[in-house]
Ligand binder design. Structure first.
Ligand code: COA
Length: 334
C-alpha cells in the first residue's frame, strides 16, 4: 500500500509568448521552432510570481481532493527556480495556504516531480494514513539567457500540484541519475566577497562582473541532452513496466516529460505503444521542467481523459542528468 492521487490542480502564467514574439527579439523563426521542437507558444510569468502560481494550483488540488490545508502531513515542492534561495518554496507555500505541516523543496530539475513522488512513497510506507501535497513548479524564464536562441526557445513557466492520500494507485517508481555538470546546467552567482583570499595569498577584490553574472544563465548542449532523453525515456518505460509486473502494452496512457515533441516521437517509433497513448501539451506550454508532468496530468484529467482502472505511465528526464519513471493506476472516482 502506498498512495493514490486524490486531487489535481494547475495554474498557467498570464503571458502567452508565441514563436513570432521570440523571432522579434532573437534570430529565430516560427518555422524553425515548430519543426525542431513542436512548440508553437509558451506561457511566461507576467506580474505574478511563481509562488503565486504554486499557491493557486495547490488550492485547486486541495479543493479537488476535499482536503483542508491544515489536514496536510507534508508538502514537497520540486523546483530549481523558487522565488527565494531560502526559505524554501515549500515553506512559503505552507504559510500562504495556512498549512501546519513540514515542508521542503527538492532539486532534481525536470524529473523533480517524480523524485518527489518517490519521497512521498517512502513517507507513506512509514506513516500510512497521510495527506501529502506534491508540487512541480518552475519559472525557467528567470534562468534562460533571452539572447541565446539555442536554449531560450524551448522553455516556459508553469505550476501543477497533486494531493496524495493512502491508496494502491502507485504500482512502481524508479529514479536514475547520471551525474553530468556540462550538458545542462546553471551556476549560482560567484558572489562578491571582498575579503576572500586568492590562491597567491592576495586579498581578492569584488569578484562579480557582468561576465560572471552572464555565467549564471542556463546552458544546454542540445544534442547531448536529446540523446540522453531518448535513451532514458525508452529504457525507463520498459523497466518500469517490468518492475510493476506488467507488459508495456498494458499501459493506457503515457505522460512523458514535455521537452521536445521530436524526443517523444523517437520514443513512439521505438516502443510498442500506439501514438495516441502519448499525451502532450508541448505545442502551447513549451518545456516547463518540473511543472510539465503535473500540469499535463491536471489538464487531461479535467478534460475527462481518465477512467477508473486506467494504467498511466510517467517518464521524465532533465538536468543532473536525472531521469525517473512511474506507473500508477488511476483510481479516483470522477
Ligand atoms: N532558431 C534558428 N536556428 C537555430 C536555433 C533557433 N532557435 N537554435 C539553433 N539554431 C541553429 C544552430 O545555430 C545551427 O545552425 P548551423 O547549422 O548553421 O550551425 C542549427 O540551427 C542546428 O542547431 P542544433 O543545435 O544542431 O539543432 P538541434 O537539431 O540539436 O535542435 C534543440 C536544437 C535544442 C531543439 C534540440 O537539440 C533539443 O531539443 N535538445 C534537447 C533539449 C531538451 O530537451 N532540453 C531539456 C531537457 S529537460
Amino acid at each position: 500500500m502506498s498512495f493514490s492521487i486524490i486531487g489535481t490542480g494547475s495554474k498557467a502564467p498570464s503571458q502567452v509568448k508565441t514563436n513570432d514574439d521570440l523571432a522579434r527579439i532573437m534570430d529565430t523563426s516560427d518555422e524553425w521552432i515548430r519543426s525542431k521542437t513542436g512548440i508553437r507558444e509558451r506561457r511566461i510569468l507576467g506580474e505574478e510570481t511563481i509562488t503565486d502560481l504554486v499557491v493557486e494550483s495547490s488550492l485547486l488540488a486541495l479543493e479537488d481532493a476535499g482536503v483542508q490545508p491544515k489536514e496536510l502531513d507534508l508538502i514537497i515542492c520540486a523546483t530549481v527556480t523558487p522565488d527565494y534561495i531560502t526559505p524554501s518554496m515549500g515553506c512559503v507555500l505552507q504559510r500562504r495556504i495556512g498549512a501546519v505541516c513540514p515542508a521542503f523543496d527538492i532539486s532534481a530539475a525536470c524529473a523533480g516531480f517524480l523524485y518527489a513522488w518517490d519521497i512521498a512513497d517512502g513517507y507513506f510506507a512509514r506513516k500510512l494514513d497521510s495527506k501529502i501535497l506534491v508540487v512541480g513548479a518552475e519559472a525557467v524564464s528567470k534562468l534562460v539567457d533571452w539572447r541565446d536562441r539555442t536554449t531560450a526557445v524551448i522553455f516556459g513557466d508553469g505550476a501543477g500540484a497533486v494531493v496524495l492520500g493512502r491508496g494502491n494507485g502507485l504500482k512502481a517508481i524508479r529514479l536514475n541519475n547520471r551525474g553530468d555538470e556540462t550538458a545542462l546546467f546553471a551556476r549560482y552567482q560567484k558572489g562578491n566577497c571582498p575579503i576572500r583570499r586568492s590562491q597567491n595569498g592576495e586579498t581578492a577584490g569584488h569578484t562579480t562582473t557582468p561576465e560572471a553574472d552572464a555565467d549564471t544563465f542556463l546552458h544546454m548542449e542540445g544534442q547531448k541532452v536529446f540523446q540522453f532523453a531518448v535513451s532514458s525515456m525508452c529504457r525507463d518505460l520498459k523497466n518500469i513496466a517490468k518492475q510493476a509486473g506488467m507488459e508495456l502494452e498494458d499501459v493506457d496512457y503515457v505522460l512523458p516529460h514535455q521537452a521536445n515533441q521530436r524526443i517523444i516521437d523517437y520514443a513512439i517509433s521505438r516502443l510498442p505503444l500506439a501514438p495516441e497513448k502519448y499525451l502532450g501539451n508541448i505545442a502551447y506550454r513549451g518545456n516547463t521542467s518540473a511543472a510539465a508532468i503535473p500540469v499535463l496530468l491536471d489538464e487531461f484529467r479535467r478534460k475527462g481523459q481518465f477512467r477508473k482502472g486506467d494504467i498511466l505511465a510517467f517518464t521524465s528526464f532533465g538536468a543532473g542528468l536525472t531521469s525517473a519513471a512511474a506507473i500508477l493506476e488511476w483510481d479516483k472516482e470522477e
